[in-house]
Every structure is written in structure tokens, then in C-alpha cells.
Design a binder for this molecule. Structure first.
Ligand SMILES: *Cc1c(COP(=O)(O)O)cnc(C)c1O
Length: 421
């Protein structure tokens, strides 16, 4: 498509967008009395209007039924997680039995590490990206220590080459090869939170398996964003949060994937809780943990229904929009954003910005821009101009046009604000 930096072009393209009606299903925050240009759906997705009723329904059942809501509610709370499995599976390319919605992301990763990071004297290393999201650094470090190993020896971080901002896939593969006899786990994100780089999950998993290691992924920035085929790619385990691209509200419940090749392996160690116990026996309150089949067997606590009610309607939107159509539109929006950034830069020497996100296919919704010494004032200028973007220390502005609710007009307006810096 031939892009133009004009309102007429942006509006015409929005008019032809088959997904344009979905924007009306969300509340768009206002700045100065006008809908803002919201480019932080990668950080906190917007509120789906349907969430209000979904929450109210559960509160009504609680109000009217009390504890009976577990079995006699409109959506019985006893097996509430099942209402989310099918649409979760669609988002991550899994079988419904391979996913479960529970807890939150960092906690889930710890629980998954219990099962899938099984170091021994010869195989104890974890290969991961340098500059991973802080929670991932802390959890890996603490897991390594918990098993009695030294993080300096056990954690192999792969960094960009000198003068580069993102990882080369071949460097990831080479690192796995170098540590092939000592690696227990290869643990990567799906989309790097800082640079927006999309990692090749399938190839990383294949390489990990070829050396006898396990492959696990943090999909915080990938779920609801990129094409995921976790089942076909033979990924061992993954976890993600629901409040970024999945629009399920601050701190909302997380998602977990356990490949079916592990799902029924009751010999895998795990930290158990009553909600992961065989459902038919759960309320017999007997000794002796017997896991539910599949990912559901990793549950611990009873379902946080209020949070899941929101997640449920948010997932329903994804099922209706379809991941494939979302990705197609996302790619176009991102390409337009790229074009508008470059257009705005031309002829405006104040804009000292460089895109560090690699090109498609190593790119999805997000573009990260390295800023010069006036980066923070550029960011403040964007905010004052009604653009909600994201500042990450030391010097990056992240922007994510989200295909469910962002328009080409948003990108055009961003360009006008950039140009006036
Ligand atoms: C957002 C994010 C998290 C957040 O973890 P919570 O447990 O949900 O607070 C963790 N890892 C990555 C890669 C993230 O992007």
C-alpha cells in the first residue's frame, strides 16, 4: 500500500478496515476532552465495555446466591477456568486442555520452573536474553539459587553484538550449541519488551530440544499480538499476563501453557494445590494429590472469578476478531507508524529518534525508538499533545498501535504531534 501523510488518507484507510467496529467495544481515555492517541496497549490494554456487565453479573450472583454461586451461578464458579480455555487456546495456538488461566505471570513462571527446570550436576544452565524483563531476571536468578547453583555460572545471557540493539537469531542458536551439554532450560520471551523484537520461538524450541534441553517462554508481549502455535512448535511450557494486549485489566489473571506431552505426566514434580486436584474428587477433601489432566493440573487456588470475568469477555473479542485478521491489520498499522515516524523526522532536526525494532517478521505491534539527549522532553511533548506512549529508561520511547482499537487516524495524529516538536 502507498502511504500518505494526510488525514484524508488515514480516514479512508480506517473506513476500509474490516475490524473498525471493534474500536467501539472499548473505552478510549480522553485527554483535553478528546479521545487520546493510545499507544500503550502493550503495557495496559484498554477496558472492553462488556467487562462492566460481566463483572456486574458475577457480583449479582454473589449478592443473591452467596456460596451457592459455585454451583448455581449463571457461570458456576467451581469450574470457571473452563469458560476461558477454548478462547485462550485460540490466542496461543494450543489445545484447550493445554492451557489454563490462573494466578499471575511471575508466580506462574515460578510454578512452571518447579516442573521444568530440573537441574543436575552436569545440566544446570539457563540460557536467556540479556536485558530480559526484570521479573524474569529475578525469577531465574532466584530459581538458580534455590537449586543451589551460582547465577554467575548457571545463567547464560545472550546480548546484542557491539553497536547493535537486538539479538541475532544465529547468536541464540550458537549459544545453545556452545552450552549443549550443560543447558537444562532455554527461557526466552516471545517479544522483547524493550526493543519489540520478535523471537523465533519454533526454531529456538527445536534447537533446545536437539541438545536435550527444555524450552519455555514468557509471552507477556506476545499473547494477543503475534502468531503463536505453541502446540505445533512443541514448546514445553509458557506463561503470559492478560492485561497487556489481552485487555483484561490491571494485574488481572495470567495464562499458562503446558504441552500435552507433559500434561498427563504425573511424575513431574509440581507444587500442588486443591484446584489442581482431580475435579470429581476435589471436594472429598482427601489426602493424596491426584492432578487433573492437562494444564489444569497445575492450578493451586480457587479461581479469581472477578478478574476472570473480565478476561473472559476480553478473550471473546479476540475469538470474534480472529488472530489472523488482527495480525494483518497490526502489520499495516505498524508499517504506517514506521512511515509516519520517518516522515516526521525528515525536515525536523529536533527529532533525534531512531527505530531500534527490527523489520518484519521480527516485528509485531510495537515500535521502540531510541531518543537523543532531548528524549524526555520529546516524550513530555507527546503526552501534552494527547499521545499516550511509554517511556523506558534509559532512553527509549515505545509505541504499540493495537489492531483492536487503534486507527490509522491515531498514527496520523501522532505524526502531527511529532512534527510540532
Ligand atoms: C509485563 C511483564 C511481566 C509482568 O509480570 P507480572 O507477574 O504480571 O507482574 C513479566 N515478564 C514480562 C516479559 C513482561 O513483559
Amino acid at each position: 500500500m502507498q502511504f500518505e501523510n494526510s488525514l484524508a488518507f488515514a480516514r479512508k484507510t480506517d473506513g476500509e478496515d474490516v475490524l473498525r467496529a471493534f474500536r467501539d467495544e472499548f473505552y478510549i481515555p480522553e485527554v483535553h476532552g478528546k479521545p487520546c492517541v493510545y499507544l500503550t496497549g502493550n503495557s495496559l490494554g484498554l477496558l472492553p465495555k462488556a467487562a462492566e456487565k460481566a463483572l456486574k453479573d458475577e457480583l449479582e450472583d454473589w449478592k443473591n446466591l452467596g456460596v451457592e454461586g459455585h454451583f448455581h451461578g449463571k457461570n458456576p464458579w467451581f469450574h470457571y477456568h473452563k469458560f476461558l480455555s477454548e478462547n485462550t487456546a485460540l490466542v496461543v495456538g494450543a489445545k484447550p486442555s493445554e492451557v489454563v488461566v490462573m494466578n499471575q505471570l511471575s508466580s506462574n513462571l515460578h510454578f512452571l520452573f518447579v516442573s521444568f527446570y530440573r537441574p543436575n550436576a552436569s545440566r544446570f544452565k539457563i540460557i536467556m536474553e540479556a536485558g530480559a524483563f526484570p521479573s524474569d531476571m529475578y525469577l531465574v536468578e532466584s530459581q538458580v539459587r534455590f537449586h543451589g547453583y551460582d547465577p554467575a555460572e548457571a545463567i547464560i545471557e545472550i546480548a546484542p553484538r557491539n553497536g547493535e540493539h537486538t539479538l541475532r537469531h544465529e547468536d541464540i542458536i550458537d549459544a545453545i550449541e556452545t552450552h549443549k551439554d550443560s543447558t537444562a532450560l532455554v527461557f526466552f520471551s516471545g517479544v522483547q519488551y524493550y526493543t519489540g523484537q520478535v523471537f523465533k520461538i519454533k526454531e529456538i524450541t527445536e534447537k533446545a530440544h536437539s541438545v536435550g534441553a527444555v524450552a519455555g517462554f514468557d509471552l507477556a508481549h506476545a499473547a494477543g499480538n503475534i502468531d503463536l502455535q505453541l502446540h505445533d512448535w512443541m514448546v514445553d511450557f509458557a506463561a503470559w499476563c492478560s492485561y497487556k494486549y489481552l485487555n483484561s485489566g490491571p494485574g488481572s489473571v495470567g495464562g499458562v501453557f503446558v504441552h500435552e506431552k507433559h500434561g498427563n505426566d504425573s511424575s513431574l514434580p509440581r507444587f500442588a494445590g486443591w484446584w489442581g486436584h482431580q475435579e470429581s474428587e476435589r471436594f472429598k477433601m482427601l489426602k493424596g494429590f491426584i492432578p487433573e489432566a492437562g494444564a489444569a493440573g497445575w492450578q493451586l487456588s480457587n479461581a479469581p472469578v472477578l478478574s476472570m470475568a473480565v478476561h473472559r469477555v476480553a478473550l471473546d473479542i479476540f475469538a470474534r476478531a480472529g488472530m489472523k485478521r488482527l495480525q494483518e491489520k497490526g502489520r499495516m498499522l505498524n508499517a504506517y507508524l514506521d512511515y509516519i515516524i520517518r516522515e516526521s523526522k525528515e525536515g525536523n532536526p529536533n527529532l533525534k529518534i531512531d527505530i531500534i525494532t527490527p523489520a518484519y517478521p521480527e516485528r509485531a505491534c510495537q515500535i521502540s525508538m531510541l531518543t537523543g539527549e532531548n528524549g524526555k522532553s520529546l516524550f513530555d511533548h507527546l503526552t501534552a499533545g494527547g499521545v499516550i506512549a511509554d517511556w523506558r529508561n534509559p532512553n527509549v520511547i515505545r509505541m504499540a498501535p493495537v489492531p483492536l482499537y487503534n486507527r490509522f487516524e491515531d498514527i496520523y495524529r501522532l505524526g502531527q504531534v511529532l512534527a510540532s516538536f
